[in-house]
Design a protein around this ligand. Structure first.
Ligand code: AMP
Length: 400
C-alpha cells in the first residue's frame, strides 16, 4: 500500500510518499509560499537531484494537485497513476481531550478538529485546509489524522492540571496537553529495542530537543508527564521560546515597557530562548560556534539550555521513582554531542556514565552513548514522525 503523509501549515505543505511494503520513502517534498507570489515546490526522489518549480499556487487544493502531478510526472514521478495512493495521513498538532489516539477522518472527526481551533489557532485550521484539499483531489481515498497531543492523553490529572480555579478547566479545557507525542511514541519503541527490554518495564525520559524542545517522562510505555503545556511555550528553553517563566512577568513587562498582550506573546514565542540570551542565533550550531570563539552570552545561553534539560530529567526521575534511560532525539538531541555531554555530566550522581567516544560518533542509527556498566543508560534515537504517521494510517485503513 502507498501512503501519502501530509503536514499542512498555513502557507506550506510538506509531503512524503511511503511504500508500506518495506516502509521506504518513494518521494518527498514541500510546497512553500502557498497563496503568495512565486510559490515553490521542491520535490525529491532518492538518488536523483532535487526539482524546484516556481509557480503561482493560490491555495492548498492547488498545492495538493501540483504534488499529485509531480508524483505522477513522466520524468520526476514515482507513480503510474494517482490511483496507486490508497491512503493519506495528516499530522495534526492538537487533538485536545477528544483524541487519545489516531483516527480515520469522518464528518465527526472533522467537526471535532474544528472545535479545537481555539486551542491551536495557528495550526489546526491549516491542518483542516490540508484535509479538505486532499478530499477535493482524491475524494475516494481514506484519510487519517495523527495528533501531536494524543500520546500524552495518558497523563494523570496531577500532571496535566494547572493549579488555577478548576472552573477554567471545566469551561475552557485549560490544562496541560503536551506536544511532540508522535515523536516520543516513535523513539520509545526504538529505545526499548536498543535496551533489549519490554517497553512496559521501562522508565524513560525522552528529550526531544529541536527548534522546539520538550522532555517527557515515559512510565511503562505511557506518557506520565511532559514539559510542554496547554501550548508549546511551557517547559524547556527553546530556539526562540522562553519556556518556563513566572506568569507575573507578563503583566509586569506590559506595564514597564508599554507593550500589548500580543507583543508580549510574540516576544515569548519568537524573540526569547537561545536567540535572546545568546544574542547570536536560535540555531544551536551557531550558538556553539560563537561560544567556542569566546562569546560569553552564547556560553550563558548554552549553559542555561543544558541546565534546564538536566533539571527536567532530575524531576522526572523523581516523578517516576527511578530511571532506566535518557533518550535524546530531534535536531539538537541527535546531532549535538557537546550539548548531550553537558546535560549528562550533571547526571553522574545517579549513575549515568557517558562514554565520550560513543557520544562523539556520528551516525544516523539508534545507539547507546553511555558505558556498558552505566546504571542509567543514555541513548540517541533518531525520530521519524512521518513514518509513525504512515504506520498509523496504514493500520487504521487496513482495519476499516
Ligand atoms: P528540528 O526542529 O528537530 O528540525 O531541529 C532543528 C534544530 O536542530 C536547528 O535549529 C539546529 O539548532 C539544530 N541542529 C541541527 N544540526 C545540528 C548540529 N549538528 N549541532 C547542533 N544543533 C543542530
Amino acid at each position: 500500500m502507498k501512503v501519502l503523509v501530509i503536514n499542512s501549515g498555513s502557507s506550506s505543505l510538506k509531503y512524503q510518499l511511503y511504500d508500506m511494503e518495506d516502509e521506504s520513502v518513494m518521494a518527498k517534498g514541500r510546497v512553500e509560499r502557498i497563496g503568495m507570489e512565486s510559490s515553490i515546490l521542491s520535490h525529491e526522489v532518492e538518488n536523483k537531484p532535487e526539482i524546484r518549480e516556481v509557480s503561482e499556487i493560490l491555495d492548498h487544493t492547488t498545492a495538493v494537485r501540483k504534488v499529485l502531478d509531480m508524483l505522477t510526472h513522466r520524468d520526476f514521478g514515482v507513480l503510474g497513476s494517482i490511483r496507486e495512493i490508497q491512503a493519506v495521513g495528516h499530522r495534526v498538532v492538537h487533538g485536545g481531550e477528544s483524541f487519545g489516539e489516531s483516527a480515520l477522518v469522518t464528518q465527526e472527526v472533522k467537526l471535532e478538529i474544528r472545535r479545537l481551533f481555539d486551542l491551536a489557532p495557528l495550526h489546526n485550521p491549516a491542518h483542516m485546509t490540508g484535509i479538505t484539499a486532499v478530499e477535493a483531489n482524491l475524494p475516494d481515498v481514506p484519510q487519517a489524522v495523527v495528533f501531536d497531543t494524543a500520546f500524552h492523553q495518558s497523563m494523570p490529572p496531577t500532571s496535566y492540571l494547572y493549579a488555577i480555579p478548576t472552573v477554567l478547566y471545566r469551561k475552557h479545557k485549560i490544562r496541560r496537553y503536551g506536544f511532540h507525542g508522535t515523536s516520543v511514541d516513535y523513539v520509545v519503541r526504538g529505545a526499548a529495542e536498543l535496551l533489549g527490554r519490554p517497553l512496559a518495564d521501562l522508565k524513560l525520559v525522552v528529550c526531544h530537543i529541536g527548534n522546539g524542545a520538550s522532555c517527557t517522562a515515559v512510565l511503562h510505555g505511557k506518557s506520565y508527564d511532559t514539559s510542554m503545556g496547554m501550548t508549546p511555550l511551557e517547559g524547556l528553553m527553546m530556539g526562540t521560546r522562553s519556556g518556563d517563566l513566572d506568569p507575573a512577568v507578563v503583566p509586569f513587562t506590559i506595564n514597564k515597557e508599554d507593550l500589548t498582550l500580543n507583543e508580549v506573546n510574540s516576544m515569548l514565542n519568537k524573540h526569547s530562548g537561545l536567540l535572546a540570551v545568546s544574542g547570536v542565533s536560535s540555531d544551536m550550531r551557531e550558538v556553539v560556534q560563537a561560544m567556542n570563539e569566546g562569546n560569553e552570552s552564547a556560553r550563558l545561553a548554552f549553559e542555561m539550555y543544558a541546565y534546564r534539560i538536566r533539571k527536567y530529567i532530575g524531576a522526572y526521575a523523581a516523578a517516576m521513582n527511578g530511571l532506566d534511560a535518557v533518550v535524546f532525539t530531534a535536531g539538537v538531541g541527535e546531532n549535538s554531542d557537546v550539548l548531550r555531554k553537558r546535560v549528562c555530566e550533571g547526571l553522574s550522581f545517579f549513575g549515568l556514565a557517558l562514554d565520550e567516544q560513543r557520544n562523539a560518533e556520528r551516525s544516523g542509527e539508534p545507539r547507546k552513548i553511555t558505558t556498558d556498566d552505566s546504571k542509567v543508560a543514555a541513548l540517541v534515537v533518531p525520530t521519524n514522525e512521518e513514518l509513525l504517521i504512515a504506520r498509523d494510517t496504514y493500520r487504521l485503513v487496513r482495519q476499516s
